[in-house]
Design a protein around this ligand. Structure first.
Ligand code: 4AD
Length: 461
């Protein structure tokens, strides 16, 4: 007998015999001569009701079949007499696969998300987290489909790297040196030449620089992998390990880059709304009552576009008291981004042409001498979800920028080479996978959309 999934059984068109269901017991309700089980197998939000009569094999020694235990049920799929479900299983036999005693922490009651983070190994067995992680999987698939359909190639950029793409110094070191007794050089500093890779190495903050090398060979590429930031941010939108999607396109400027970012965000949201209807209904009904409307609104309208300079003017004219100062040349803070997208435009906004002093070395200088061809997409409820730019493809200007940012030409010789050999205008962006998932589900904390969140002070599991 092959195992059938609840997701498929729920779509059944008629009653069927010889069904094998395997999953975990959510609840058990006992009557005199029979009991009901709610069994969930993870394939969908719905659990299957199983009716176990005293005539069923295994009935007499079913005491251990309790909340949290795993079971294997053989029986018949029949129309349910009960309310709330169309199908149920009349068990012919019930087997306890693995018991769970009364210490199982997910007894039938609502638990706070904070508590569930402490048992992150068990939380996917709840309705909310089961739904989050099924949607996460579907969203990843939608992303690959989006790029594959447009002839982008998927490139695996390295996770261990010697370069600091964003130049922010938020790097986790990768080292096998003995911390108690590291080798020292003549200056008395740790000698990383003796380290595993023969040089200082780190976990990547972005696959962009390596991505650029492949875009200038394969044309359009994207990366989709884990990235790491040793940034001491204690917010609901920052994680130390998160996944990023980074497309990079040869023969492309900032305008086309912004177009792609918008089309991408809309397309994957639309696909998830189509393929995850049941799971999303949980978020629409119980997490954020305005979520459905917000997603539909985002799909139906063009994103607004303003330059950084216009954004600053809007903020200054708003009459709002912000905690952080608004001034041309100063970074927009989360409160400013949220004002723009939530209050002023009430829609996603792409802000572009940022002051060059705020941005990394690789961004393309605009003719005004003050700004670079950078863009950020801001969305309501989250703020920045995408950051991207056109890259500096002119050798002289790139070298100047590197100098200004204190970046050694020697270390980045391969990146500079791209500007020497067949350089082309090119552009790309990075989208934070978890931030997009937060936007789609309305889940307010990044710790609740990644299986095992890594944030300052926490690396349990
Ligand atoms: O703006 P960022 O730092 O851009 C880059 O890393 C570029 N190299 C991307 C590129 O052009 N290829 O990060 C891009 C996105 C942000 O917009 C945000 O969505 C997400 O990555 N992000 C984070 N998500 C969760 N936790 C963090 N600490 C994040 N930092 C950035």
């Amino acid at each position: 007998m092959t195992r059938l999934l609840i997701a498929d059984l729920m779509k059944s068109e008629g009653e069927r015999d010889a069904v094998l269901l395997q999953g975990w017991v959510r609840t058990r309700r006992d009557s005199k001569t029979f009991f009901f089980l709610e069994v969930n197998d993870g394939s969908c939000l719905k659990s299957m009701q199983v009716v176990v009569n005293e005539t069923a094999e295994g009935y007499s020694d079913s005491k251990g079949v309790t909340t949290g235990s795993s079971v294997s049920v053989k029986g018949r799929l029949v129309r349910s007499q009960g309310k709330g479900q169309m199908w149920e299983i009349q068990a012919d036999s019930l087997e306890l696969v693995g018991g769970a005693d009364e210490t199982f922490p997910l007894q039938k009651k609502r638990h706070s998300n904070e508590y569930l983070r402490e048992i992150a190994h068990l939380r996917p067995r709840t309705n909310l987290f089961g739904a989050v992680f099924r949607i996460r999987s579907k969203l990843a698939f939608a992303i690959h489909r989006f790029f594959n359909d447009r002839q982008f190639f998927y490139v695996h950029t390295p996770i261990v790297t010697a370069s600091d793409c964003e130049g922010a110094g938020e790097l986790f070191r990768v080292s096998t040196l003995d911390p108690k007794n590291p080798p020292l050089n003549e200056e008395g500093e740790v000698d990383f030449k003796e380290d595993f890779f023969g040089r200082a190495a780190y976990l990547t903050v972005s696959g962009q620089l390596e991505g650029e090398t492949y875009a200038t060979a394969l044309g359009n590429i994207y990366t989709f992998g884990p990235t790491f930031r040793a940034e001491n941010s204690h917010t609901s939108r920052h994680a130390s390990e998160f996944w990023m999607i980074e497309p990079e396109m040869a023969f492309c400027d900032l305008a086309a880059d912004m177009d792609l970012a918008e089309e991408f965000v809309k397309s994957v949201i639309a696909e998830v709304m189509e393929t995850c209807e049941e799971d999303l209904s949980l978020f629409f009904n119980f997490v954020d009552k305005e979520l459905k409307q917000r997603l539909e609104f985002v799909l139906s309208r063009p994103f607004q576009r303003v330059t950084y300079t216009e954004a600053v003017e809007i903020l200054l004219a708003s009459g709002k008291k912000f905690d952080n100062r608004v001034e041309w040349g100063v970074n927009l803070q989360s409160e400013h981004e949220r004002y723009l997208t939530e209050e002023h435009f009430k829609s996603p906004v792409t802000v572009y042409d940022y002051p060059k002093n705020l941005k990394p070395f690789y961004m393309r200088a605009n003719d005004d001498g003050k700004t670079v061809a950078a863009m950020d997409v801001l969305v309501p409820g989250i703020g920045e979800i995408v950051g991207g730019s056109q890259r500096e493809e002119r050798l002289e200007l790139l070298l100047e920028n590197m100098k200004a940012h204190g970046i050694s030409e020697e270390d980045y010789w391969w990146y500079v080479d791209l500007r020497k050999y067949g350089s082309v205008p090119h552009a790309g962006f990075g989208l934070g996978f978890e931030r997009l998932l937060m936007f789609i589900t309305g889940v307010a904390n990044i710790r609740d959309v990644i299986p095992y969140p890594r944030v300052p002070g926490h690396a349990e599991f």
